[in-house]
Design a protein around this ligand. Structure first.
Ligand code: PMV
Length: 380
């Protein structure tokens, strides 16, 4: 069938949330829960979700991506469908998974190829040929390819592009504010690290630069890959059911920081912990990873982003796990526990009132599941 299907995973933050806003490093991992986007040529012109024309207010990521990547003049009408098991509004990167899956799908639908000869790029191609010069990147190598993308022998999308385009879509639909963490984890899969400096030449993939208000913000992005910890190790994600917007939580920390000097000390301690966590991950020392996670949780509590329900779920998880912490912005949302007994940990969290998901630590990133030769555009 002539359809393009792409999928991308959600993410959890293993170490370093909030401190990353102040220049410290953070590590995120992709999870088993994924979002799948299907593009089908349709009889009727325009782009539809079901029978309804795509509503930009309701689907800003899809609309942004389409505006930049899809040539409605040359392309056939399109039907888009989205299926996802990444819970929304839980800090698990559902909007990034959608943006990255979309970027992968539209890029492939255009039948476009990565220019393997160039290592530097400007992105955000508009259908009229202009490029909103929103993002710049310098990459180490020619773009790397996505696993599974060589459906017809040609690379149409790379993880690098999918992460960049996903980040563009997130920023454009969130008033220019978006950290590249979620889209990086979703596009590359496995474990990723971002920092304001190059932490490790081996795993560094690119510098991402984005204008934020009057400033230029840049991040050094690293792909740690699939660090295989011991077999039988899982993450259990526990959702408090409480929705706490990330912007409010970040603003709360900034406010407390102006009067409480201890917050900066806690941030520095988190920075040091991320490095310890990274070492433990690289060494495959699951016990040390778990301990660092629990310590990270205590520091997050110190900076005021925990919540009684998060505390309940973390305490419930600890007796059967190697370590547990809140993940993401806090104030509600989710916690994670690293465990060798996913069933017992998940049951303990559920008994304490959380909703759970089980995932390996790092999963495959964006994936092009199907694509007809040459994409969906009509030939010239
Ligand atoms: O709300 P989440 O899970 O996407 O996590 C936000 C992570 C913060 O460090 C709190 C904010 C950020 O932009 O990095």
């Amino acid at each position: 069938m002539d359809e393009v299907v792409a999928s991308a995973p959600g993410k959890v933050v293993l170490f370093g949330e909030h401190a990353v806003v102040y220049g410290h490093p953070a590590i995120a991992a992709s999870i088993a829960q994924r979002t799948t986007v299907t593009l089908r040529p349709a009889e009727q012109p325009g782009v539809h979700m079901g029978r309804t024309p795509l509503d930009a207010a309701q689907h800003p990521h899809l609309a942004t991506m389409m505006g930049h990547l899809w040539d409605a003049e040359r392309g056939p009408g399109l039907g888009i469908s989205v299926a996802s098991d990444v819970p929304r509004g839980a800090g698990l990167g559902s909007s990034a998974a959608l943006a990255v899956a979309c970027a992968t799908a539209f890029r492939a639908a255009r039948g476009r190829h990565v220019d393997a000869a160039t290592g530097a790029w400007h992105e955000g191609h508009a259908s009229d040929g202009t490029e909103p010069d929103l993002f710049r990147g310098e990459s180490v190598d020619a773009p790397k390819t996505l696993e599974g993308e060589r459906v017809h022998g040609e690379a149409a999308v790379s993880a690098e592009e999918a992460s960049l385009l996903g980040h563009v879509a997130e920023a454009l639909s969130q008033d220019g504010r978006a950290s590249p963490m979620d889209t990086l984890a979703s596009a590359y899969g496995g474990l990723v690290l971002l920092s304001n400096r190059v932490e490790d030449e081996e795993t560094w993939v690119m510098r991402r630069t984005m204008p934020v208000e009057q400033h230029e913000r840049s991040w050094e992005l690293h792909h740690l890959g699939d660090l295989r910890l011991n077999e039988g190790l899982s993450l259990v994600v526990g959702h408090t059911g409480i929705n706490a917007p990330t912007t409010n939580m970040v603003a709360g920390v900034a406010e407390r920081r102006s009067t409480d000097k201890g917050i900066d000390e806690a941030m520095n301690a988190i920075g040091a912990l991320v490095h310890r966590g990274l070492k433990a991950l690289m060494a495959g020392d699951a016990e040390a990873v778990g301990r660092a996670m629990t310590e990270n949780h205590l520091l997050l509590r110190r900076i005021g982003v925990s919540h009684p329900k998060l505390e309940t779920l973390v305490s419930a998880a600890l007796p059967t796990s190697l370590g547990a912490k809140l993940t993401g912005a806090g104030g509600g949302g989710c916690m994670i526990a690293l465990t060798r007994d996913a069933k017992a940990t998940s049951e303990a969290i559920e008994l304490a009132g959380g909703r759970t998901w089980i995932t390996p630590l790092g999963t495959q990133g964006a994936r092009l599941e199907a694509c007809p030769e040459g994409g969906l555009l009509r030939p010239d």
